[in-house]
Design a protein around this ligand. Structure first.
Ligand SMILES: [Ca+2]
Length: 307
């Protein structure tokens, strides 16, 4: 395929990737992984989400602590959106997650008992009383499960200031979190009535524009390929008409109606422009009639090029 077509394909893929990134950025929270943040303090402004790890399951033999800190004057709301750790055995968790109400694991736990297993024994959300909470994930040497996903949000109690959004549960959150498809209030009130909310429509407009632009790029690629094919066929016909010697006296046959030279042959020699751009070169087409459609393209004597 010609370099131009390759360039068009590369450009199209580039556009699709850029547009996908734009869509995900306009409609997604920053995603972190606890396994990669062990021993650190993670500060954030409005909201982010965190998975237990980068794999399908968490790892064995972890003892990972992470402090999550909201801006001054806020506290941290941790909304657990997915939770699956190894189930307790005889009432004791072998893998567990704890939330501590402070800047390290010496602070009191927000969950009365270690969190493990899955289902209704897992709280839907936990809130710190200050601007930090510290998570600790401990796993033993056997049994790994899918882990957890938690959405952290910086919240404070009403009255809300500026343009901050007032949740139905008297918490305030950053207005950018309204209608972003994540429940940052903890009661889903920031995701209510989004059909009539401007912020949501702006996201939808961005998505529609991105999808439309992607469609235009794909359409342009298709048109480009079709144009290329048409022009290629046209060049092929000119090639046949101007560069193939039909002289019978040279032992070269006239092309019959079922002319055996295929476009494939043309594509094979096209990469050597000397064949049809240099007047000193001459392509001959011979046909072995006894072999049916067997055909070959030869260079004239003196040429040192091969086909
Ligand atoms: Ca939200």
């Amino acid at each position: 395929m010609a370099p131009r077509v390759h360039q068009a394909q590369a450009f199209s893929f580039y556009c699709i990737i850029v547009l996908s990134m734009a869509i995900s950025k306009s409609n997604g929270l920053t995603l972190e992984f606890m396994e990669l943040l062990c021993g650190r303090t993670y500060t954030f402004d409005t909201s982010f989400q965190m998975d237990s790890g980068t794999g399908i399951t968490y790892k064995n033999q972890l003892d990972c602590s992470l402090t999550v800190t909201a801006p001054s004057g806020h506290f941290v709301l941790a909304l657990i959106t997915r939770f699956e750790l190894e189930a307790a055995f005889s009432g004791t968790c072998s893998d567990y997650l704890d939330f501590h109400n402070g800047t390290d694991t010496s602070a009191p736990k927000l969950n009365p008992t270690d969190l493990c297993g899955w289902g209704t024994n897992i709280p839907s959300n936990l809130t710190s009383s200050g601007q930090s909470m510290t998570l600790r994930l401990v796993t033993d040497s056997t049994g790994v499960y899918h882990g957890f996903n938690i959405v952290f949000t910086a919240v404070y109690s009403e009255p809300c200031t500026g343009s901050d959004f007032a949740c139905a549960n008297q918490l305030c959150i950053d207005p950018s979190l309204r209608c972003d498809n994540y429940d940052q209030c903890g009661d889903k009130s920031d995701e209510d009535n989004c059909d009539s909310y401007g912020g949501s429509s702006s996201i939808n407009v961005a998505m529609v524009a991105a999808v439309a632009a992607t469609g235009v790029v794909v359409l342009a690629l298709i048109v480009g390929v079709v144009v290329y094919k048409v022009r290629d066929r046209s060049r092929w016909k000119r090639f046949v008409n101007t560069h193939i010697d039909y002289d019978d006296e040279d032992g070269i046959v006239e092309p019959p109606p079922s002319y055996p030279i295929t476009h494939k042959y043309y594509k094979g020699v096209r990469g050597q422009p000397a064949l049809y751009t240099s007047p000193g070169h001459h392509v001959k087409v011979t046909s072995d009639t006894s072999a049916g459609s067997s055909t070959e393209i030869q260079m004239t004597p003196g040429s040192n090029e091969t086909v």
